[in-house]
Design a protein around this ligand. Structure first.
Ligand SMILES: Cc1ncc(COP(=O)(O)O)c(C=O)c1O
Length: 400
């Protein structure tokens, strides 16, 4: 009865978890929720003020579908300042979050049967959007033993004559891993020679903890500018998830194609949001640094607390705000047999909400969002450790 394209596409695993948590909360339980994929901080004051001022000034009408010229210019200026790249407003289109940025790219580039390479563990929307377009996701696995590093040779080996694009996400959700500049350069060189598009999801680009080289826009612009799409977002850096603002930076002709898609679907994003995003991108960046500093302290604490248990191994995330521990040592075939069972048991026994790794193509792991208060992190860690202990008390005490 519904269109065939829907047959392949799955519902978000995170939404399922959130619904269960909501049910427990309604039943009066003290739930610790580590499922949020969004900052817990309020939107910075000057950004909110710009949104309010936009309403008061009656800036409440349609804008150009691609976004106001001033916001597109502010995006260019931000990348000029942060990455040293020279982007013109004709290469920028403002979207309903990074999600629509990726969606527009898929709509404009993927034909049924095309192959699109990406890496796992992944943010599920990436392969699901590929399927929505009738294209085929080709997944390159990464391993926690290796810090979830994406290796250029593995990506290049996955290329076939049907490969249309490679989608990279760094910092990555759910692992917090970064892709090295050298890796992106090596992939870009091959992609350039083979006419393959690179779409890079940089929605967490401002949330990197240590000062490591990670100027992927510059690496791609230097090598492969005519077939690069940058998908960016105001959501995570500026605590603006509900405002819905992202963008693409892409060659002019592709940006015109995005404009056609958006002009015939959503049109412009909220005019009010555009004024707020202008303040976010163009104003002081102190709030971004303050939030990052707080995430870093939380990361260090939750990582130390959980890895104190011998059954929990965890790579320290280098960006974003998720911990992705390997809990496979706590599983047993005759008890809690999978990370999905683990998440379910943790929810039922300890009322802690985590997202099981299955949804990210990573069974044996759970995702913990530390975009929540230190008190909640402490309490949640205590409950997780208690639950872990209840699964394998012998193993845990033996190694102490
Ligand atoms: C990896 C990744 N890319 C893109 C997005 C899109 O976010 P938004 O549409 O709010 O910009 C998310 C949101 O969770 C994400 O985790």
């Amino acid at each position: 009865m519904f269109a065939k394209r829907l047959a392949q596409v799955s519902v978000s695993a995170t939404l399922k978890v959130a619904a269960e948590a909501e049910r427990l909360r309604r039943d009066g339980y003290d739930v610790v929720d580590f499922s949020a994929g969004e900052p817990d901080f309020p939107t910075p004051e000057h950004v909110k003020a710009a949104g309010k001022a936009a309403i008061d000034a009656n800036f409440t009408r349609y804008t150009a579908a691609s976004g106001t010229p001033e916001l597109r210019q502010a995006i260019c200026s931000r990348y000029a300042q942060d990455c040293g790249i020279d982007v013109t407003p004709a290469e920028v289109l403002v979207t309903v979050g990074g999600k629509q940025a990726l969606f527009n790219a898929g709509m404009a580039l993927f034909d049924p049967g095309d192959e699109v390479i990406t890496h796992a563990p992944y943010w599920p929307t990436i392969p699901e959007q590929v399927k929505l377009m009738g294209a085929v996701p080709v997944i390159v696995s990464t391993r926690s033993e290796d810090g979830f590093a994406v290796h250029a040779d593995a990506v290049i080996a996955a290329i076939s004559p049907k490969t249309k694009a490679i989608v990279l996400n760094s910092p990555g959700n759910p692992t917090g891993a970064l892709i090295d500049e050298g890796t992106v350069a090596a992939i870009a060189d091959v992609a350039a020679a083979r006419g393959i598009w690179i779409i890079v999801d940089l929605c967490y680009e401002r949330l990197i903890y240590e000062p490591v080289p990670h100027n992927l826009p510059k690496v791609l612009f230097d090598r492969h500018r005519d077939r690069t799409v940058i998908a960016g977002s105001a959501s995570k850096a500026y605590a603006m998830t509900g405002w819905r603002c992202g963008w693409t930076i892409a060659p002019k002709d592709l940006t015109s194609a995005f404009n056609v898609i958006q002009g015939q679907s959503t049109s412009n994003i909220s005019s009010i949001t555009q004024k707020a995003a202008l303040a976010a991108l163009g104003g002081s960046q102190d709030a971004v640094t303050a939030m990052l500093d707080e995430y870093r302290v939380r990361r260090d604490n939750i990582h130390a607390w959980l890895t104190a248990h011998p059954g929990i191994r965890c790579v320290k995330p280098r960006g974003a705000f998720y911990l992705f521990p390997d809990i496979s040592r706590l599983l047993s075939p005759d008890g809690v047999a999978s990370s999905a069972d683990f998440a379910q048991g943790l929810l039922e026994k300890e009322h802690v909400v985590v997202t099981p790794g299955e949804g990210f193509d990573a069974p044996g792991y759970i995702r913990i969002s530390y975009a929540t208060s230190m008190e909640q992190l402490r309490e949640g860690a205590t409950r997780i450790l208690r639950f872990a202990e209840s699964l394998q008390p012998a193993k845990a005490t033996a190694s102490h």
